[in-house]
Design a protein. Sequence first.
Length: 267
Amino acid sequence: MAELQVDSIGKLINDVNMEDLRNAKEMDNLLKVLKEKKLNLLIEKEKIKVVICCSIKDEEIGAKIKEMLAMVDIKCFVAHDGSDMPEKVKKRIINELDEFNAFIPVLSDNFKNSDYCSQEVGVAYFKDLLIIPLSVDGTVPYGFISGFRSPPVNENNIPLGHIIKLIADYYPEANIKGKLINALKETNNFHHAEDMMKNLKPYFDKLCDEEVNTVIDISIENDQVRAANLCRTEYLPEFIEINRDKIEQDKLKAILEIIKEEDQLKN
């Protein structure tokens, strides 16, 4: 039997006449299986795997990039040119690059002087991965990736918004909006709340009704979001202004009252 694609499964589910199948136990079970299969396929499509390539001298920055991307459910592997890495492991990493979606070279003089790092760039380019160069010391993209943009990066300044915007544009099925909303829900400090809202801002006018009301629910329930200074004074007011017609009235009233109360507490 040929593998059903997501769209075909969705059409089949939508075309089923539930009234006719009300007493058909076997067909009801089939429907449940198809729904589960569709969900699993959609979840699989949302998975993004990223290789972060850096010199061992810059591996702390590589680890920080990995940490930041993990907050939005993007899985990463940090590959460096350490002398303690067996040659066969280096070759395996290069050979397995086609299992990944994106490649982040952390450029520096150390990176440029590494045959291993430069080789990985070439392989990633020819495997047609999304390449997102970052620069530690002003080193510009060279060779196959010359002409690419390379924003500055250090341990205290990871351009997360730039990275996830490129991933979202290249892989729309990755559901970056949903990942950011989930990250906002899980936030437990003001800085993280502000960071997630900042990165969600480019999508304020692109959210569906359900996503808009989920953001409002999170802002009502999570005091780290609603009380964070930039969320309260900048991001939430702009979000509400853009999406006022999508917000359920009781939730709109509640969030406006909460913002007013938080402002009074701060003042």
